[in-house]
Design a protein around this ligand. Sequence first.
Ligand code: NAD
Length: 354
Amino acid sequence: MRFKGTTIFVTGGAGFIGSAVVRHLLRDTHARVVNIDKLTYAANLNSLLTATGNPRYAFERQCICDGPGLRQLFERYQPDAVMNLAAESHVDRSIDGPGEFVQTNIVGTFTILQESLRHYRSLEGEKRDRFRFLHISTDEVFGSLGKDGLFTETTAYAPNSPYSASKASSDHLVRAWRETYGLPTLVTNCSNNYGPYHFPEKLIPHMIIKGLHGENLPVYGDGQNIRDWLFVEDHAKALTMVLERGAPGETYNVGGRNERTNLQVVETVCDLLDRLAPAAEGRHRRLISFVANRPGHDRRYAIDASKLERELGWEAEENFESGIEKTVNWYLDNRVWWQDILDRGYQQDRIGLG
Ligand code: NAD
């Protein structure tokens, strides 16, 4: 009976990870879910077709920077928890236009912290004891690793992009609202996610779609930058576990122990396309080309998730090989989902060269 009688606000629930969290909460728990999303370019309500019509699901179009709007939602729904995923999330976009990142990721987090605190202070008894604010963040706040080592919960913050700096700022605000005002907050820092319903600007769906169209597959720099990949549904499960069992004031790293260079990722996508959607023109690897690197491109991220595994019993169900095959299959079976985004005018052009 997980989350029976519990109302959870999921901000950014129409985005990639947020929609996975909403689907997971509705499928695997008894929670009532209120999806609070401004519906930016990255949002897609077609990712939530299974949620629409569920009596435990409500959608509210709302910006997290708007305090009075949020206050009305807190008063109407009286939530037991907030999972804060709403964010601007694309590093390349943050290089060209950092203002939106400062606005949503910092000012928005500040605003929803303030409204959560106001609500928390109005609660009494068990409802007050149970209230949690879970802030979802990234491993990019830790900066870049050398060849060895892993990010742990005690690694010093050293963000290098406008995106990671805005996320780092929001993490600090969340910590301060706990230390100063006693709001029961938790923070998770996760490595790169991939999986179904991922907006085509991100590396893996970008390569799948371009590969299917027989277009050039542009790899930044020498392709040797390393990311630690986690299947999005494993992330969603980790987040509900942290909400349920995590200790307020703690941070938890989430990662799948799946370090891959960007070139390895693209080659794996190519090989899967060769098998699942062969092209008459030949192997998909022929489409790979190397292009100018992203300015300030962190060399390596890798997560030590042992605290989450040890203390809360979380374990990733997918490894990179199983997860990436599921993902490529999903994009093959759900062309309507991504074709609709391309038809709305998303160009797949290179941005973020500074
Ligand atoms: P996304 O870009 O796919 O979705 C973000 C969602 O937030 C969208 O639906 C958008 O409409 C909404 N949103 C943006 N600004 C808003 C605002 N002002 N008010 C209300 N809603 C707003 O992002 P994602 O990849 O799903 O990431 C979700 C969270 O997880 C982010 O906080 C991100 O920093 C974090 N994260 C992402 C990854 C990853 O690999 N994608 C890894 C670790 C952490």
